[in-house]
Ligand binder design. Sequence first.
Ligand code: C5P
Length: 303
Amino acid sequence: MRAPGIVVRAPAKINLHLGVGGPREDGFHPLVTVYQAISLYDDVAASDGPGWSVAVTTADYIHPAAVPAAGDNIVDRAGAALASIHGRERIGSITIDKSIPIAGGMAGGSADAAAALVALDRLWRLDTSDDDLIRLAADLGSDVPFALVGGTALGTGRGELVERVVDEGSWWWVVVPSPRGLSTPEVFRHFDRMFPDAGEPAPADGVLQALASREPAALAPALHNDLQSAALDLRPDLADVIAAGEAAGALKGMISGSGPTVLLLCANRMQARVVAGAMGIAGHEVVLVANGPVAGAHLVEYA
Ligand code: C5P
């Protein structure tokens, strides 16, 4: 049982377009990306201390051993950063309830950080400005600002500069997590080895136009992920998952972010259920259905 308190929910992200350029001087890669928040969520509950503690519970399809050890995880850092800009002590009892696949290319850790910022701001009655929250989020990780903003957004810089885009579509995804995670830095390093001459990141015009059409059949051929070939080179088995999803009727399969989660865009909710059923029968133990866009980090329970 979770202690009563404030609960903030934050969504998983996927990248409808992920244009990656050659590494910058600081080692990060310039990105042009179109993020979409989808209906898989982590919840972060925050209540009064004593002291500071972070506990984790997981959905039945997530192995608890996959959760990064407490002490120096991104939620500890989010709490320290927020306390520090307000010159106060970091005191709180945090529980993270994880449903977003871990190390899957869906920014689950970033969602936790964003949710923790919003929950602790409320618990500590700080009323931090949106600008300060976004700045703190960007310092915590490239995907954290988007987890605050949600919806569908264009991301630039190293992914931390986000700008909402109009998306009136309703998009249905089958999400096939992998039992083994992939490390994001490792996939970026592999991208550098495979594409030593990468220049500027590819623009996102194709996906932005397709979104405006609200037609899944128009979005399918526009989906683009520059990290996909690096992820598939490290994990060739994932190509079979994509092919199986498309054979089952999905409009398009792709790797989510740096992987290894596979996303299957479907024409509608019913097709997503059919494709998910087929993937389950084919032996994939965990197959989820999600839709987007959904809201960024938001309060779902008040103290
Ligand atoms: O920003 P974040 O901490 O989430 O990034 C994790 C790692 O992913 C970075 O340390 C870096 O190796 C890689 N990365 C990158 N370029 C980006 C974003 C992330 O190389 N734009």
